[in-house]
Design a protein around this ligand. Structure first.
Ligand code: NAD
Ligand code: MG
Length: 297
């Protein structure tokens, strides 16, 4: 059987998944991606690294968050996922995979731009799971725009609300529930250090996420709560086909990385598992870059 421990050449892995030009409306669906991304459905093998843990993952319906949700469940965690109501189809499929792993799944749709929903999301996760000890702030908005003049005030506001404010609202609401040993993992990006000219607003939010996380890690370390970051490179997800990249850039998406290809969500999940589990007990305020080899500061 092939799994995430099988020795493979990382340059040729996933050469069967071609990122062709395509576009989706709204947040986009994994269900509509052509070709399908690998979320680890057939390959992620758990080893009991998160037995008994209770996790909330924002944007856990698709892409990186969904691969992480599958991995967490197969490692023994109960998992609540948040997503937008129009992503129900993807969310139901992921909830099914969590349940198939023998774990509890909670689906909690809503709009993270609304602080009241963010607070309610945490309350529902805590109530439904019977506590919380892993928080993954992963949801994100990314819209590529060529000129600053064409970034609307609305887009700028929505990108910051989704990527930064929601992380603040959710983390603040979660903290009273997090016991020592709990972990917070935020999703940044290579864009934080190596921004694209067409992602001025988005890249700025990712730099903010890095600094927010490092500051909070200092504050929470004495309380025994760790805060870390995963910074993905180019990963094949609906985010990229729903306006994250110009459509014409998709066929060569990821080819400029040292490994020469786009990454798959399944390749991100082990980073989140490591940072969530007690294996990383002496790691806090750290950023784990999973980006195909692009140099980072
Ligand atoms: P994705 O589209 O599968 O996941 C993003 C999720 O964010 C969506 O599924 C949606 O549920 C959620 N979301 C967006 N706006 C929301 C809102 N207003 N309310 C509630 N939920 C909302 O794409 P992904 O690439 O897996 O993205 C996950 C994270 O990874 C994001 O933070 C993204 O910035 C980051 N990231 C992605 C890449 C990449 O190349 N795909 C690279 C670097 C960082
Ligand atoms: Mg989605």
């Amino acid at each position: 059987m092939t799994d995430q421990y099988t020795l493979t050449d990382p340059t040729t892995l996933y050469s069967d998944i071609t990122t062709t030009a395509q576009s989706q409306d709204g947040p986009g669906l994994d269900a509509d991606l052509k070709a399908k991304a690998d979320l680890g459905e057939d390959t992620y093998r758990g080893l009991g690294r998160l037995i008994g843990r209770k996790a909330l993952i924002t944007g856990g319906d698709s892409g990186i968050g969904a691969a992480t949700a599958i991995a967490f469940a197969r490692e023994g965690a109960d998992v609540a996922i948040s997503y937008l109501p129009e992503e129900e189809e993807d969310a139901v499929r992921i909830a099914g995979l969590i349940t198939a792993a023998g774990q509890k799944a909670l689906t909690l749709p809503g709009d993270l731009k609304d602080p009241a929903y963010c607070r309610d999301l945490v309350a529902q996760a805590v109530e439904g799971l019977g506590g919380l000890d892993i928080l993954v702030n992963n949801a994100g908005k990314q819209q590529s725009v060529e000129s600053l003049a064409d970034i609307s005030d609305e887009q700028f506001d929505e990108t910051f609300k989704t990527n930064v404010y929601a992380m603040f609202w959710i983390t603040k609401a979660a903290l009273p529930h997090l016991r020592p040993g709990s972990t917070i993992i935020n999703t940044s990006s290579i864009q934080a250090y190596s921004p694209s000219e067409t992602l001025v607003d988005y890249a700025s939010t990712k730099a903010t996420i890095n600094t927010f996380s490092k500051a909070l890690a200092q504050q929470l370390a004495p309380k025994g709560i760790r805060v870390n970051v995963v910074a993905p490179g180019p990963i094949w997800t609906p985010l990229q086909t729903a306006g994250g990249q110009p459509t014409e850039a998709l066929p060569t998406f990821g080819e400029n990385t040292p490994l020469g290809r786009a990454g798959q969500p399944a390749e991100l999940a082990p980073a989140y598992v490591f940072l969530a589990s007690a294996e990383s007990s002496y790691v806090t305020g750290e950023t784990l870059n999973v980006n195909g080899g692009m140099p980072t500061p």
